[in-house]
Ligand binder design. Structure first.
Ligand code: EPU
Length: 417
């Protein structure tokens, strides 16, 4: 799949932000714990979600998914082998570990996939699950996890990993006794999953804090849950709208508080942003001040917006710096930006960008989801026509990107090959 984008058009309008990809992936997996129907609303129709749903279908689930409403019909017993191709296609499939242990006390699962961001181990997940009385064996390219009975315990995470916090949270909902997760991740997706589990009858205290307490329950029941919106999708469009080619752009269906670190950075750089209860309006500004960003776990600046804000920095007079502390290998946008003549260099964990640069449209490659989005922004800001190859990666995490960008006045075409 290829995208062609004709840059430099003035953009304006309103777009509705979709439901959160990373919440959806965990919530869909954890919905298998209950033996009653689950309804999830505001579910984004993106490839990673479709893949997570496919995993359920492969296990005999009946699914209804239309207009962002997902209904999962219950199944009491399911095959414990999660070994299909779909498992290794996305990283969010690791949430079936916690969910299956809570449902059926065992799972065999194939090695996990996901975006190509270098070495991405799951040792924190496995150590956390071991604390809950799970025995783990590795054979060929599969993990075997088994418990006689999940038992509550204190889990101290060495790093506030989003995935490990959520997996421990899911599994401990049905563990006997009390589980304390220390050094838990504060990302809003953790609270979203926690609130979903609470809506099914789980007993969880301390969400959005570093210490989460879960008191195990015997049964999780029916729920009808509305997902939080995707703060990274919102951040992507907000950054696009911060540039000089944009007029007034409004994002709807957002939780502005979850974007505080980005909004603070943009305001400090001189952006004109107004915040509503569930909306953000921004006016493009061609005289932003240089950025000085340190990426880190929430509430710090999100790693997923690192490649995207790098593009914006090319349009700012002076030197901007972006220090990445989570994924040291999240650098694939650098060479692609150089192709458009950006002045961008990497030294240790910090990216240095000197602007303003007149970006030139060219042929870009997509390597991972957020880098692919960064290339879309580059193409929109560049003069001439750009082509983005392997553009299917974008559809893993952005719902209807072509429609939304066209709505803003962007000249973009998808070529299916
Ligand atoms: N880490 C370990 N061992 C582990 C788990 C993590 O060493 O067992 C390391 C990672 O290698 C990384 C750091 O800890 O250096 C943080 O990883 P974390 O576990 O927090 O990330 P994740 O759960 O694998 C989720 C999102 C990512 C997002 C990160 C950080 C999902 C499916 N993925 O990944 O989203 O970048 O949190 O916020 O929820 C994306 O949406 O494009 C994406 C990559």
């Amino acid at each position: 799949m290829k995208l062609t984008i004709r840059g430099k058009k003035k953009i304006q309008g309103t777009i509705k932000i979709s439901g959160s990809k990373n919440s959806a992936l965990a919530i869909i997996a954890s919905s298998i714990i209950t033996n009653e129907e689950v309804i999830i609303r505001n579910v984004p129709e993106i490839d990673d979600v479709l893949n997570q749903i496919k995993i359920l279908e492969e296990h005999g689930y009946t699914i209804y998914f239309q207009n962002n409403i997902l209904k999962i019909k219950p199944k009491k017993h399911i095959n414990y082998r999660f070994v299909s191709e779909s498992i290794s296609k996305l990283r969010g499939s690791y949430y079936f570990m916690g969910a299956m242990l809570a449902k059926s006390k065992k799972i065999k699962i194939k090695q996990i996939g996901g975006c190509n961001l270098g070495d991405r181990p799951i040792n924190y997940h496995l150590e956390a699950l071991k604390k809950l009385n799970v025995k783990i064996k590795e054979k060929d390219d599969c993990l075997y996890l088994k418990t006689s009975s999940l038992k509550g315990n204190t889990i101290k995470l060495p790093f506030p990993s989003v995935g490990a916090t959520i997996n421990a949270l899911i599994a401990s909902t049905k563990a006997k006794g009390i589980t304390i997760i220390e050094n838990a991740a504060l990302e809003p997706e953790v609270s979203d999953v926690g609130n979903f589990l609470i809506s099914m009858g789980a007993c969880i205290e301390g969400l959005s804090t570093k210490t989460i307490k879960v008191t195990g329950v015997d049964y999780l029941h029916y729920t009808d849950y509305y997902l939080a919106s995707d703060r990274i999708e919102a951040g992507t469009y907000l950054l696009l709208a911060s540039t000089k080619d944009s007029d007034k752009i409004t994002l709807e269906n957002v939780q502005p508080y979850y974007l505080k670190s980005l909004i603070d950075v943009l305001k400090e750089a001189g952006s004109d942003i107004s915040i509503g209860e569930h909306s953000i309006t921004i006016k493009g500004n061609s005289h932003l001040k240089p950025l000085n960003i340190e990426i880190g776990p929430y509430p710090a600046f999100p790693t997923d917006l690192g490649p995207i804000i790098s593009v914006i920095a090319t349009q700012i007079e002076g030197e901007s710096t972006i220090k990445e502390t989570i994924y040291k290998n999240r650098t694939s946008h650098i060479n692609e930006l150089k192709k458009a003549h950006a002045n961008i260099t990497l030294s240790l964990d910090t990216i240095y960008i000197k602007g303003k640069t007149k970006l030139n449209g060219t042929i870009f490659q997509s390597y991972d989801l957020r880098q692919s989005a960064a290339m879309v922004l580059t193409s929109i800001l560049a003069s001439g026509t750009s082509i983005i190859e392997n553009a299917e990666i974008l559809f893993r995490g952005y719902e209807k990107p072509i429609e939304k960008l066209k709505q803003l006045g962007i000249n973009i075409t998808l070529i299916n090959e």
